[in-house]
Design a binder for this molecule. Sequence first.
Ligand code: KIV
Ligand code: ZN
Length: 560
Amino acid sequence: MKPSYQKYVPFPGVPMTKRLWPTRTITHAPAWCSVDLRDGNQALVQPMNLAEKLEMFHLLVEVGFKEIEVGFPSASETEYEIIRTLIEGGHIPDDVTIQVLVQAREHLIRKTFEAIRGAKNVIIHLYNSTSTLQRKVVFKKDMDGIIDIAVQGARLIRTLAAEVDQGTHIRYEYSPESFSGTEPENAVAICTRVMEELGAAPENKIILNLPHTVECCMPNIYADEIEYFITHLPHRENAIISLHPHNDRGTGVAAAELGLLAGAERVEGSLFGNGERTGNLDIVTVALNMFTQGIDPELDFSNIRHVREVYERCTKMEVHPRHPYAGDLVFTAFSGSHQDAINKGEAYMRETNSPYWEVPYLPLDPADVGRAYEPIIRINSQSGKGGAAFVMQSVYGYELPKAMHPDFGHIVKQACDEAGTELLPQAVLDLFNRYYVNISTPYALKKYRFAHCEDGAAPHVRFEGVLVRDGAELPLDAVGNGAVDAFFKAVEAAGVTGYTFLSYSEQAVAKGSDSMALSYIALRAPDGSTVYGVGLDSDITIASIRGILSAINRVAGGQR
Ligand code: KIV
Ligand code: ZN
């Protein structure tokens, strides 16, 4: 028996000896056309109803699409009604062109013209299949027969367009469906005839849309096909070359990008790549890929969660957690070394005020798609010692001193191991509060006061108060060169000995509408180890005292 892979015929290359596309780069956005409401909609298990289509249409307008394929009005009454509602309901902004798809068949073309009555700007999109395979197994026609179908359709469209109301501006689009499976010279031949028939001219350019209806080859071959087409098309100046990739091999985005290098000026696709089988080209990804190369994509995905939410509700499809730019996990780093590098990148951005995005592992600043306030990192047992500190910094704004990172990292790792799962930022914060902040057992500060003294000697502070342990009261009374020093000495004088003050740092944090102070304290414990405590209070001095007490309590209470 033959192995089954042998039944597949390799895709033929394009007869080209030199190609220019590999030497080029993308420098500007193409004209975008959304096919969500047509190609995308026809591929849904449950196609969108009127309300959903309208909502989706408004979303596409909001994102900035100027050309939107709204349906196939001759295909069904529902499709027809939706287009009438869009037009009659005044939903279409003046600068947006609706596009309607039609096959090259007379009654369908006539119905399509009925459907667009009263619209301001319309693209009539004519198509017929031209591929070698479809000619052989579906139409059983030679290429001349296929050209004839397109020419007849184009002729009727031009006649009906001439009769349309003055207020309606009509443009034409032709798609040799399955372009990439069509012999390159046949694709040129049919498009040339359609251009002639539609009277294409520099002031009346026709959109020639070149579908990768089924993505059966590598993206470089699609790019070759596009470049071949462009360089062999007579009167190329009368045409706008458009791409319509699908994603059967998972390289729809690459096909679009290489197709643009090959000279295309327009791209058709859908949000998150919804469409037949593996989908249409994902326009969100192509646009944001451009964005990350410093190019204005001319589409607004600054609130990608909103775009995704409307899309998921209307289509009942789900965006995969690892979907570029929009998936739940795409700004999440699990690996410790990644977290560490992101941490350093963020610090570098803050310190240098760099005008460029220079953060490893994050090709896009999450803030640019409205994801600034999301947890960027989740912590698991593989996360490095800086990972937990990074969560505290990026999510909650806590600037843990560097020396404290391993200590907290160890606590978090242990919690992950015990839970057997990763921790969300809230759990990381809970651990931080539980282990470090305002720990008040076994020693609790019952009452206290400070007095600032300037009695001829150097200015100093007197601290008086009461510390309670297991119901027993320990009076506190000492003088120091500041309140913190005085408190530390008072504690020692009260018999809590063996601690050395090592360091402290402080910061302000916002808690609700209040501003609070956080004080990070490091002490040397009686056993010689370093112990950390954190104080949180609206008063920075009290925060420091609470921090010292937290550190002492962690040792005295065995909470480390
Ligand atoms: O994929 C395709 O070929 C199409 C055409 C109808 C443009 O959707
Ligand atoms: Zn398609």
